[in-house]
Design a protein around this ligand. Structure first.
Ligand SMILES: C[S@@+](CC[C@H](N)C(=O)[O-])C[C@H]1O[C@@H](n2cnc3c(N)ncnc32)[C@H](O)[C@@H]1O
Length: 500
């Protein structure tokens, strides 16, 4: 039996997926969780620190390649690793994702898989260039913070080496020349803004000293290849509220307005598409936290405040702050699945006129509208972000829907009142945030007489936990996994429950 020791160097073969991006390797019977590497690889690593249930470790070398390993397309793969699965064949990615949904239900929450109807996972047709939103952050190559005996911090900002940190990662940097998850257009616009901003000033926001200008560049792009840009800055006690900065923004706006590309894409019927920047905003976030969505967006130029997406013959106006599925092209398939389950539920009922649907956690209200469109049923909607309520009302008007009702508030607080009002309830659609669904919301549903539930989830483990609670009163009939996020370990699924 091998004795595991701190700083010991070991070799092990990676066996299987544990959860998200963690894979299991074993030394004798001792399990270690290895992030990012792929099954079949034999790796050499050093153990750094013993935690309660596992060791922290650092990889030294890949000793043997795996036979399911492929070359990653992206030049930044080994540094950035946002697409941690890019060196795993796409068919294998789908296999592991599908298994993860089943494993969460079977091994963690003890469901009998034989009783559930699983359809094969639906893989995304585009495995690159599919993201419709990206946020890059300005950062430093080096940022030193020193604290003297009196606990005064001193900052050493190295302007001349301002870099961008890893997308979606704090404190680690990689100078992204090109991201393969966003389109060539989004990449070009990103490079243009980055270059112009740093030419104007190297003053990158320092989260420790709380000073300086540049924070983030947010880029959204719709399926019509129209771009929306939001530059997040810190006007820093009005230091940059001056004519020089205004002129810079105006000049950058002219450059962005002149940016357009004819692009060729083999998936489009009309293969050439004109791509252009439709709107450009800035947001001043003077605070330490990165929650810029709390603050006003300021117009630099725009045709209007939104870009539009058309999904299942409905138009959705998407504002700078809106939540929208990040893979617009495949969102249609995800939402069609919800529609399919709902159609199955109502296939045998005579009429839907007195039926009630409730759509919980809905943001721009995609799912609710898709269900309301071909139905006379009344659809009630609950979401707690006020600007989302405005988006939803706007979208409802845009699509001429009148059978809708909006409630702004927390699901756990509003749902009990709502269920008192509606005793007869045909369907509740739930699409909670990744982290959790409030216990009180689950209890309220369990105390209701809702006949059917459709649960959309981006987290198989919290889904399985909630499904186990619902299983006391509902039969979990069907589960459909959909891959919205190729090369990442994220999974989306739609499940259908029926009252016992
Ligand atoms: C996964 S998103 C839903 C996306 C939406 N169904 C769609 O397809 O576009 C989760 C939503 O839940 C909202 N949310 C989170 N916690 C909430 C709560 N306690 N009450 C109401 N809404 C909440 C978030 O603002 C977010 O819009």
């Amino acid at each position: 039996m091998t004795q595991l020791k701190k700083w010991g160097v070991y070799e092990a073969k990676i066996e299987n997926l544990w959860f998200w991006w963690e894979w299991i390797a074993k030394i004798d019977d001792f399990v270690i969780f290895i992030k990012w590497w792929i099954p079949g690889q034999k790796v050499k690593f050093v153990l750094q620190k013993k935690k309660k249930s596992h060791w922290n470790w650092k990889l030294q070398e890949v000793l043997e390649k795996s036979n399911i390993e492929i070359s990653a397309k992206c030049q930044h793969f080994w540094k950035c690793w946002w697409c941690k699965w890019q060196n795993l064949d796409y068919k294998k990615q789908l296999e592991y994702k599908e298994n993860q949904v089943k494993e969460s239900l079977k091994h963690i929450w003890k469901f009998d898989l034989e009783t559930i109807n699983f359809s094969p996972i639906l893989g995304s047709p585009e495995i690159f260039w599919y993201r419709n939103k990206v946020e890059f952050s300005f950062w430093y190559q080096e940022m030193r913070v020193e604290t003297d005996e009196d606990w005064n911090k001193k900052f050493f900002d190295t302007w001349e080496t301002a870099w961008f940190h890893k997308p979606w990662k704090f404190q680690e940097i990689v100078d992204i020349a090109n991201c393969d998850l966003i389109t060539e257009n989004a990449n070009q616009v990103f490079q243009l803004i980055k270059t112009e901003c740093l030419k104007f000033s190297k003053e990158v926001f320092n989260p420790y000293s709380h000073k300086w200008l540049w924070r983030h560049i947010l880029i959204r792009e719709n399926l019509k290849w129209e771009l929306m840009i939001n530059l997040i800055i810190n006007l820093f006690q009005n230091k940059y509220k001056n004519q020089r900065f205004n002129t810079f923004l105006e000049n950058l706006a002219i450059k962005l307005q002149n940016f357009w590309n004819w692009n060729w894409n083999s998936n489009w019927v009309h293969n050439w598409k004109l791509n252009y920047v439709k709107n450009f905003f800035y947001t001043n976030n003077p605070w330490l936290n990165d929650d810029w969505a709390k603050y006003e967006v300021h117009k630099i130029f725009w045709e209007d405040e939104f870009i539009e997406e058309n999904i299942l013959w409905l138009n959705f106006k998407i504002s700078a702050k809106s939540f929208f599925q990040t893979n617009s092209g495949w969102a249609e398939v995800l939402y069609s699945q919800v529609k399919k389950f709902s159609d199955e539920i109502f296939a045998n009922s005579e009429k839907t006129t007195d039926k009630i649907f409730i759509d919980l956690y809905c943001w721009t209200w995609t799912i609710g509208q898709i269900l309301a469109k071909d139905s006379d049923a009344q659809v009630v909607w609950i979401e707690y972000i006020e600007s989302a309520v405005e988006d939803a009302k706007e979208n409802s008007k845009l699509n001429n829907l009148t059978n809708t009702e909006f409630i702004c508030g927390k699901v756990e607080e509003k749902l009990p009142e709502l269920l008192e009002e509606f005793q007869e309830l045909d369907l509740i659609v739930i699409d909670p945030p990744r982290a959790w669904m409030h216990k009180k919301a689950i209890e309220t549903i369990m105390n209701s007489e809702a006949k059917n539930l459709i649960y959309v989830s981006c987290n198989p483990s919290t889904f399985a936990r909630d499904a186990q609670i619902f299983a006391e009163k509902y039969v979990l009939e069907k589960v459909q996994a959909v891959d919205m996020f190729p090369h990442t370990s994220h999974i989306e699924l739609v499940a259908k429950f029926k009252l016992k």
